[in-house]
Write a protein that binds this ligand. Structure first.
Ligand code: NAP
Ligand code: HSE
Length: 429
């Protein structure tokens, strides 16, 4: 049996998952890859930390040079996360003629081009399946299985932490902070969970998926973003009453050669399969002009699901080792496409206001929507608290700029107490 030495950078949640899979499924992996895989070095910050698993002490290092200078190490698996060091270590590994596997969506979304071109120039393989959707094989699906299609839409729940939080808030009435703490304890969250909660992690994943699916360059800065911090239990209850569930969605659409890219909490119909994607599960819907509608579903975060994607990449490298089959993203590149300014995006909206309960207030607000070309679908007036009531509007598809102009005018109304929330609705039609 041929032998191969690899190095793992990072022994946190995913690193431990990879270590465990390599040991638990060692025989199967050996048969499938044709190689006996030896983990020769593991890079961490603190070599003395108790990690709850048994790893020979001599494998641990806090010095990247030990890995880069070891010519026998042929594959480097980057699982440290973050930006500058991760990017630097990946580029230097490639330049040292080592193949690279990563789960790092942040680096990939921001500096993918540099990594892909370095891999190509250095003639090494670069795989990144775990960067989107944890254990879901979405990258291979887009890069290989769906290449016959023009992809028209990708809509997904691609963050395990926020889906865990929203599911717990919706199904168990748990508060935000407790749910976040649980997601962190389960190893779903990023080291700094702001990336999850504020939607940045989803933006990186949408940038990666849409660059590949729509065959163009998408930078995270081109994507509209809102996180889940402002989603309240009141909105969750209203959504339920209207037949919806609130999910943090990544939405990418191509219409008339223009891309619409956005990430925000969204009301989705309770009857749609995506509404029932709970806990740390992720789901990605793809609409292709040949395949039609397709959905992938699985664990989007966690040690073993993510480790599954990482080890799958290592096996792909070993299987392709002899003939250097390396998927080149440039082969998917169809040219630069225009990305819509967020103001031009169109959605149905849910708008909750707190207003003085007085004759004419509802009529006045409705007239402001009308004046700004926003067509109202429904209005619900609820529980009176002192002199104030909630008015919840839902709208037909409206331009973002017409909604923001309406809100600016509504804010001028003397009977408005507060604009409580503005959420988008996706009815998948
Ligand atoms: P983590 O639990 O925070 O682990 C990070 C590991 O990297 C730790 O072992 C840490 O060492 C080490 N490390 C960090 N910075 C380092 C540096 N500068 N030099 C050397 N070692 C360093 O992170 P994780 O959850 O495993 O995530 C790893 C990567 O996978 C991230 O890019 C993340 O976005 C991605 N990812 C995670 C998941 C998930 O479910 N967690 C899913 C998909 C993708 P010490 O232990 O000594 O501090
Ligand atoms: N923090 C990420 C999540 C990890 O919660 O989905 C998976 O990429």
């Amino acid at each position: 049996m041929k032998k191969i030495k690899i190095a793992i950078l990072g022994l946190g949640n995913v690193g431990r998952g990879v270590w465990n899979i390599l040991h638990t499924n060692g025989n199967e992996i050996m048969k499938r890859s044709g190689y006996e895989i030896e983990v020769a070095k593991i890079l961490v910050r603190d070599i003395n930390k108790d990690r709850g698993i048994v790893v020979p002490k001599e494998l641990m290092t806090d010095d990247i040079e030990e890995i880069l200078n070891d010519e026998d190490i042929k594959i480097v698996v980057e699982l440290i996360g973050g930006s500058l060091e991760a990017k630097d270590y990946m580029l230097r590994s490639m330049k040292a003629k080592k193949h690279v596997v990563t789960a790092n969506k942040f680096v990939l979304a921001n500096w993918g081009e540099e990594l892909f071109s370095t891999a190509e120039n250095e003639e090494v393989m670069f795989y990144y399946e775990a960067s989107v959707g944890g254990g879901i094989p979405i990258i291979r699906e887009i890069n290989e299985s769906l290449t016959a299609n023009k992809i028209q839409q990708i809509t997904g729940i691609v963050n395990g932490t926020t889906n865990y939080i929203l599911s717990k808030m919706t199904l168990e009435g748990m508060d935000f902070e407790t749910a976040l703490k649980e997601a962190q304890e389960k190893g779903y969250a990023e080291e700094d969970p702001t990336a999850d909660v504020e939607g940045y992690d989803v933006v990186y994943k949408l940038a990666i998926m849409s660059s590949l699916a729509f065959g163009t360059k998408v930078h995270p800065d081109n994507i509209y973003r809102e996180g889940i911090k402002n989603v309240t239990s009141i909105d969750i209850e209203y959504a339920k009453k209207f037949g919806y569930v609130i999910k943090l969605l990544a939405i990418g659409k191509e219409e008339n050669n223009k891309l619409e890219l956005r990430v925000h909490p969204t009301l989705v119909p309770a009857t749609h399969p995506i509404a029932n994607v709970n806990d740390s599960f992720n789901a990605i819907f793809i609409k292709g002009n040949a395949v039609g509608d397709l959905m992938l579903y699985g664990r989007g975060a966690g040690d073993l699901p993510t480790g599954s994607a990482v080890v799958g990449d290592i096996i792909s490298i070993l299987r392709n080792n002899e003939n250097m089959v390396n998927f080149k993203p440039s082969k998917n590149y169809l040219g630069l496409k225009q990305i819509k300014n967020p103001e031009e995006n169109e959605s149905e909206f849910y708008i909750r206001l707190n207003v003085r309960d007085k004759v004419g207030v509802l009529g006045h607000i409705a007239s402001i929507f009308g004046k700004n070309n926003v067509s109202v679908v429904s209005v619900t007036q609820d529980v009176k608290h002192e002199d104030f009531v909630s008015l919840v509007f839902t709208t037909h598809k409206s331009l973002e700029k017409n909604i923001s102009n309406s809100i600016e005018e509504i804010k001028e109304c003397e009977n408005l107490n507060k604009v409580e929330s503005i959420l988008r609705i996706e009815n998948f039609n």
